[in-house]
Design a protein around this ligand. Structure first.
Ligand code: ZN
Length: 307
């Protein structure tokens, strides 16, 4: 890439939209030095640097300072990128749990007591399982978060070759801990009576017993939960649960191993009641699940940015 130097003829903008774009991007990176080169690349709409240099060498703007060699280490993410942030998504249950009832019934230590490794989860009356639902929403959520630069890890992705079930709730917690996750969200849908509708977010209560010590994560988890609740309600238009949480959409629990054993901010979301026909109509809609994933992602992003 070369620079033609001052005194060249000004170019004709390719379109009325190009000039504001160049100015905006150039200003954005002024503090990092080398704005000239970066502006040239960005000018080409994110394409290869060569064509951007061509357009610049015909003389778009005069540089503010001597041009430095191209610095291709300049991050390409937008200023709002989630690069460096780790999000663990925990798709509740596992489609294989139904075939491994003995294995998932074995007890694991959750700090306060022993509890089943995992459960089958619920299903709609027409047979759409919670495990299918949670994996689908989780995968959509992963796509949205990765697009924004986050590192996303799953506790299970329906691909556990050695185990067609689980993982157990204690292992689910440990996966988030080992990843040093900035946020963990466990995706679920509830199985309650017809007429019970809406979503709620489950927050860890303070537990300090055995291997469990949630005291450091109670406050940040509440913040995460409030953000997820807001994003979910906004994107899906769903109301908070009419049967849990007194209309707040929030429920605090101390009996869930996945929360008790977590050392990083973590919440569960029960996206709706699979046993209610109206909620089931939503939960079985791909369009609605995309809205759900979008809403959860907005809550996570808001939490991670501290905004
Ligand atoms: Zn569940």
């Amino acid at each position: 890439m070369s620079y033609a130097g001052p005194g060249f003829e000004p170019p004709q903008p390719r379109s009325p939209l190009r000039r504001p774009l160049v100015v905006a991007l150039a200003v954005m990176v002024l503090g990092g030095g080398g704005w000239f080169v970066w502006g040239a690349v960005a000018d080409d709409g994110g394409g290869d640097g060569q064509s951007g240099a061509d357009s610049l060498s015909s003389g778009s703007y005069e540089p503010l300072s001597p041009v430095e060699p191209p610095d291709f280490s300049v991050p390409s993410e937008p200023a709002t990128s989630l690069a460096g942030k780790v999000v663990v998504i925990d798709p509740g249950h596992n489609p294989g749990n139904f075939k491994h009832t003995a294995e998932i019934a074995r007890k694991v230590n959750i700090g306060t007591n022993s509890k089943e490794c995992d459960t089958t989860g619920t299903a709609t009356n027409s047979g759409y399982t919670e495990a299918e639902f949670t994996l689908d929403v989780a995968r959509r959520l992963r796509t949205v978060l990765e697009r924004q630069g986050a590192t996303v890890k799953f506790t299970q992705d329906g691909d556990r070759s050695d185990y067609a079930f689980g993982p157990c709730v204690d292992e689910r917690a440990r996966i988030g801990n080992a990843a040093h996750a900035d946020a963990v969200v466990s995706i679920h849908a509830d199985g309650s009576a017809q007429g019970n509708r809406g979503f709620h977010v489950i927050l860890p209560g303070a537990v300090h017993q055995g291997a469990a010590d949630t005291r450091p994560i109670v406050a940040p988890s509440r913040l995460l939960g409030e953000r997820v609740k807001a994003g979910f309600a906004r994107e899906t238009g769903s109301a908070p649960s009419n049967y849990i949480g007194d209309g707040t959409g929030l429920d605090t629990r101390t009996d869930l191993g996945g929360l008790n054993l977590s050392t990083v901010p973590k919440v569960f979301i029960e996206c709706g009641n699979m046993r209610d026909s109206k909620d089931a109509a939503l939960l079985t809609s791909g369009t609605w699940r995309q809205e759900a994933a979008q809403g959860i992602s907005e809550g996570i992003v808001s939490f991670l940015r501290g905004s």
